[in-house]
Design a protein around this ligand. Structure first.
Ligand code: SF4
Ligand code: SF4
Length: 300
């Protein structure tokens, strides 16, 4: 199985739309599984027409630990309150005991060391979930969601990819919708991939964000290609992106002008390749570039 990760240096450039339509196109001739690794804003399922109720097998997982008090052991010395860098411990004057704010607690464990009575321990919290949905295009999608204010998205991504690999069976391709940016969840999404598709648009931050994202893929020695969305927004910047690609030996897989169909397709919970079949050529170019590279016709 070959793994294709679709990423973008910044949000709002059409990453999930392109990942969804690419998966639909690949699924016409190949066995596919999808992994929605954008766990802070997962919407690949929506783009493929699945609502949350269409997902089954939701499984709670834990990415973090939080401090928990054993009231019996607490002597009320207040040392824990002073020790918490994150200001996650308040004081209950009536009970003469600390109160832990679950949203602010980072699970660093400092208070467990500071407490002379051994009254604080770290306990796992189930703060994320992963589920599986079957699309009408004949392939499954594994999606992960982290609860509001929680940390540990990289771990959720790892669990999503693990479950997607289990679901893949004899799949030919896993298509990953990575989170935007270059943070921990993106790195977790991309690691182990065979090809990365970097989506960008000609805006001032588009090129620098793409550059940073592709530097990260280059660090892991993964082949990549660039897709320019809305290339007619700023022809000068589009030229700059093309020069950047040339100088770095990265192929431009395809480019497309601004097309409202991308937004309309999203609103209608339909992959744009189905919503506006005239966009098919654009996705065929992306697919051809990826397959050509995976067959060894392009150097990383
Ligand atoms: S585990 Fe760390 S963040 Fe949480 S309450 Fe203790 S010191 Fe504060
Ligand atoms: S440091 Fe331990 S004993 Fe002291 S107030 Fe905090 S929990 Fe209670």
């Amino acid at each position: 199985m070959k793994t294709i990760a679709v990423l973008s240096g910044k949000g709002g450039v059409g990453k999930s739309s392109i990942a969804a339509s690419l998966a639909v196109l690949l699924a016409e001739k190949h066995r596919v599984v999808c992994a929605d690794c954008d766990v802070d804003a997962s919407n690949l399922g929506l783009v493929l027409g699945l609502r949350e109720k269409d997902f089954t097998e939701w499984k709670k997982i834990s990415t973090n630990e939080k401090a928990k008090l054993d009231e019996e052991k607490c002597s009320g010395c207040r040392k824990c309150v002073e020790s918490c860098y994150f200001k996650a411990i308040k004081w209950d004057g009536e009970k003469n005991q600390p109160v832990f704010d679950g949203l602010s607690c980072e699970g660093c464990g400092t208070c467990t060391i500071a407490c002379p009575e051994g009254a604080i321990s770290l306990v796992e919290v189930q703060n994320a979930k992963i589920g599986v949905g079957m699309t009408k295009y004949g392939f499954e999608i594994v999606s992960g969601q982290l609860e509001m204010g929680e940390t540990g998205s990289g771990k959720v991504v790892a669990e999503v990819k693990k479950l997607a690999a289990e679901k893949a069976g004899k799949a030919d391709f896993m298509v990953i919708d990575a989170a935007a940016g270059i943070g921990c969840p993106v790195i977790a999404s991309v690691v182990g991939s065979d090809f990365v598709v970097g989506i960008t648009e000609p805006t001032p931050s588009g090129l620098s964000d793409l550059n940073r994202a592709l530097q990260m893929t280059s660090h892991f020695g993964i082949k990549c290609g660039i897709v320019i969305n809305k290339h007619d927004l700023n022809p000068k910047l589009t030229k700059k992106i093309e020069m950047f690609a040339k100088e770095n030996g990265i192929p431009i897989l395809a480019k497309t002008p601004y097309n409202k169909a991308f937004v309309d397709a999203l609103v209608n919970l339909t992959p744009v390749i189905e919503f506006r079949p005239e966009t098919r050529k654009f996705f065929e170019e992306i697919r051809a570039g990826i397959l050509s590279s995976l067959q060894g016709n392009q150097k990383p």
